[in-house]
Ligand binder design. Structure first.
Ligand code: NAI
Length: 632
């Protein structure tokens, strides 16, 4: 068989492999080239006693079939010794299957602390000990496959199995977090809830079922999860008798209770049907997904009456690589066939007024005028200056007043937590007025199918009181998991940096409280930029800066170096958000002046373009790429 999945050179520890399911895994993996540590304590099904014969028999079977195996008789509670057996005999460890198990079934009112403790120690504590001992080796070598064994009793509950069910669901919780921690190091952790005939099930299943439900029917799925070709992690599968299916969480749309009003038990009672309704479900996969509607409600998205704020994650702003990813995003909500219908959708126009104070606050929030001895940026922050003027990138704030409507576009159903700000383009026909009442209109210009997600291009036109356009934004929003709807793929980025030294490099040290300032100037109140607890949920160890704040810093750098701080020369700006920035980091904007033909053009030449990228110096990470400013 040419396409046989082989495991040559790999080493596995399989706990409880002296019988039942573990034995089936051991025989299959050994036949595919794995050197196996056959671990089994050899006690009774209730966890009493110990014997070497169970493990020895399976080792003999493997060796008789030409495979390689060694026995380990330690309890999983001494996980370190089991892993050491693998290292001593085979010099490495690649695969861990936590399978050892016992039962002490009894109804909860009769359950003793000893019943609870013994089950906990074999299943959950044992799973921890074995995995914990293997973990550093797997991490360091950048490869590992781990399988945890849960049970329907844990997933759904079962009479007489409170101890067992709790431990079994505990293993799933362990796997979920390890999947997140291990993913970057290619240590993948999945969970199974099997059904097979064994000495554990022979007392509850009829004999013919025990005989029919062969452990060999479960083993292939476990082997696949342990193979290097598997890239899925953090998933749970029910498997038995040749049937296998992934299991996931489903959540109703939920009720958004208005925070502006008193939140009472009666309000909950009124909404009880909605709270329990599954008509239009979502499938959360990460804590961030879990928090998304909470943040949405906090931000006034729904419960407070939809007052024009973006939903959670929408200004996430560090591009596609920002958020912790679920391994294989599923369509966040159904109805992807309708996505193309959303093209051309028009948002409800929004009018807003701004003045000198808004402009000054914005300019300060993107780092203007930090040096009191340098007056060159005073006109952006000091309204008494005779040439007070708007920093051009203030224009990116306009779409914000209506962007939240993206969550209400018919046909475009998604979980706001999966939405990332991909790119921003702003063009200005002339300098922005220093005070105006403007009206924003927006329309979905296109939606591209990028496979892993949908790229939504939102055109936002901003007009002054006389109806004259003063700004045009194109906001590119990437919705993870919403691809594959059969739409156009759209153009690919073709941006390349000149192959020469830059013409200017600008350093800006952001303040530790930069995001707190920017949220006031931009109106983007996403707690991700302020509250450490929310940032932690998003996978960051502290709040991150708004991507559009970094964008403003970069735009300022270009304006200063190539246009003498003159907004009249600033025609447009574009950039892509690639990574997050932590407030306090140093932004390094690197710039190249080129003509419209791409050749070098001296400062002041007509039709000049400036290409730029921006780095977070301390982490040496590119945070804005594909930057282009058009000057006149
Ligand atoms: P089994 O009793 O044939 O296999 C479990 C093995 O674990 C035994 O050989 C036992 O000696 C060993 N073991 C027990 N305590 C140990 C310890 N402290 N250290 C090392 N080894 C120890 O049972 P089966 O059915 O093959 O179970 C395998 C796993 O699958 C268990 O975790 C069980 O809870 C789980 N499971 C099985 C289901 C089934 O339908 N058979 C259903 C759901 C879960």
């Amino acid at each position: 068989m040419n396409n046989q999945l082989r495991f040559d050179g790999r080493v596995a520890v399989i706990t409880g492999a002296g019988g039942g399911l573990g034995r089936a895994y051991a025989l299959l993996l050994a036949a595919r080239g794995v050197a196996v540590v056959v671990n089994d304590l050899g006690g009774s099904r209730h966890g009493e006693g110990a014997a070497t014969s169970a493990a020895d028999r399976v080792v003999e079977e493997i060796e008789a079939a030409g495979g390689e195996a060694v026995a380990s008789y330690d309890s999983v509670e001494d996980g370190g010794r089991i892993i050491q057996t693998a290292l001593d005999h085979f010099g490495r460890i690649d695969i861990v299957i936590n399978n050892a198990g016992i039962l002490r079934d009894t109804s909860f009112h009769k359950m003793t602390a000893d019943d609870w403790e013994r089950i906990y120690r074999v299943h959950l504590y044992g799973g921890f000990q074995v995995t914990h001992a293997a973990w550093p080796h797997l991490r360091d070598q950048g490869y590992g496959r781990i399988v945890m064994t849960s049970s329907a009793a844990g997933l759904y509950g079962n009479f007489g199995q409170a101890n067992y069910g709790a431990a079994k669901l505990g293993l799933l919780g362990l796997a979920n977090s390890l999947a997140v921690e291990g993913q970057k190091r290619n240590v993948l952790v999945n969970t199974i809830a099997p059904l097979a005939g064994s000495r554990l099930t022979e007392t509850i299943l009829p004999p013919d079922m025990v005989a029919a439900l062969k452990p060999e029917y479960v083993a292939p799925l476990v082997a696949y999860l342990c193979h290097e070709s598997n890239s899925d992690t953090g998933q749970v599968f029910e498997v038995g008798a040749g049937w296998a299916a992934r299991l996931r969480w489903q959540r109703g749309r939920g009720a958004f209770l208005p925070l502006a009003e008193a939140l009472t038990p009666e309000a909950v009672a009124d909404q009880w049907t909605t709270i329990q309704n599954f008509d239009d479900p979502t499938y959360p996969e990460t804590p961030l997904d879990s928090f998304a509607p909470v943040v949405e409600n906090l931000q006034g998205g729904r419960g407070a009456g939809g007052q024009g704020r973006m939903g959670a994650g929408e200004t996430e702003n560090a591009g596609e690589s920002n958020l912790p990813r679920s391994p294989a995003p599923l369509p966040p909500r159904a109805a992807s066939g309708d996505i193309s219908d959303a093209i051309g959708h028009e948002f409800e126009p929004k009018t807003l007024t701004y003045g000198e104070k808004d402009l000054s606050l914005y300019a300060l929030s993107v780092g203007a005028a930090v040096d009191p001895l340098d007056a060159s940026e005073l006109p952006f922050v000091y309204e008494l200056n005779s040439s007070f003027r708007a920093l051009p990138t203030f224009g990116v704030a306009f779409p914000f007043s209506l962007l939240w409507q993206i969550t209400d576009v018919p046909g475009l159903k998604f979980n706001p937590a999966l939405l990332l700000h991909g790119e921003q383009y702003l063009s200005l026909p002339r300098p922005l007025p220093t005070a105006a009442t403007v009206t924003n209109t927006a329309r979905i210009a296109n939606i591209y199918d990028k496979g892993s997600g949908a790229l939504v291009l939102l055109d936002v036109h901003t007009a002054d009181e006389s109806g004259q356009e003063i700004a045009y934004n194109q906001v590119s929003l990437f919705i993870r998991g919403l691809g594959g709807f059969g739409g156009e793929r759209g153009p690919s980025a073709t941006w390349a940096l000149p192959d020469r030294a830059p013409d200017a490099v600008h350093h800006d040290r952001t303040n530790a409280n930069q995001a707190l300032l920017y949220r006031l100037s931009s109106g983007d109140r996403n707690p991700l930029h302020a509250d450490p607890a929310f940032a932690a949920v998003g996978g960051f160890d502290r709040p991150i800066l708004h991507g559009l704040c970094t964008f403003g810093f970069a735009g300022r750098a270009v304006l200063r170096h190539f246009a003498g701080n003159d907004p009249a020369r600033f025609r447009s700006i574009r950039a892509r958000f690639t990574r997050h920035v932590f407030p306090g980091e140093t932004l390094v904007t690197t710039m190249w002046a080129v003509g419209t033909d791409g050749a070098f053009a001296a400062d002041g030449a007509d039709g000049q373009r400036v290409l730029f990228q921006c780095k977070a110096a301390e982490r040496d990470e590119i945070v804005l790429s594909g930057g282009v400013v058009e000057l006149t």
